[in-house]
Design a protein around this ligand. Sequence first.
Ligand code: PMP
Length: 308
Amino acid sequence: MEKADWIWRDGEMIAWDDAQVHVLTHSLHYGLAVFEGIRCYEQADGGAGIFRLKEHIDRLYESAHIALMDVPVPREQVMDACRRIVKENGFKDGCYLRPLIYIGTGAMGIAALENPVHVMVAGWRWGAYLGEEGVRNGIRTMISSYRRGRTDTFMAKGKICGQYVTSILAKREALKMGFDEAIMLDTTGVAAEGTGENLFMVKNGVVRTPSLGSSILGGITRETAMELLESKGIKVREDSFTRDELYTADEIFMTGTAAEVTPVREVDHRQIGTGKPGPVTETLKGLYASVVRGEISDYAKYIDTITF
Ligand code: PMP
């Protein structure tokens, strides 16, 4: 990653190289911290625009609430920190933003309810998460041997750092086996999501995605995708589907802030549809790319514009 000038932490901008933590930082030992991933795009009419900033910061605070962490600063200040990271680092052509709320030093018992809670926001340039080629032609996936945890124990609605160990293991397994990404089932055996993306399938013109009541993150791109498809008269059904329904789908795609809209061309060595991104995926991919760049005025409400 290319260094930027500034990182925001606990209310102030500090030099990138000074943004260090002590080795006894509680979150480093046990994984309780919460984060967000936000994208900022160069806008068609100038400036840079942070996409759905409010929704991301709301989810960050929801993650903290789930994790029983008291955030010492108000939401508006973290939103402002995101804007400052874009502006003061000169990210005119956009960037990826990473807010993180973590538990500092003090007690080393696992609860650490009295330890200080810190908030930071960094930004860097990040291209296509699953590769330009993958976004253009589709990625190759496998059904992971790792399952998304049950909803009574795995807090799927929170972006809680420690929970990403399952995603990391699934992703490492997939890469080592020569695939681009893993698709995780839940513990009942139905499809849940990717390691950092929500999952959609299309069959006979019907678009389906697992419901929020299952072990998935409530993806902001997932919600945007549903809204954009519905604006084109394509209704999305929220229900469960199996791995063999995936094998025989006409189209599969994944959505995420980092992954945007990425077509899937293969699952477990089975070609999906024609092996090329299908019409629903292509329509959505094009529409999403226009919306995030501020090219469609109906969605200007989703963009927080930064001027330079
Ligand atoms: N699922 C998981 C597990 C994720 O980490 C992400 C990335 N935040 C997503 C889905 C997609 O969510 P979003 O569209 O809000 O980025």
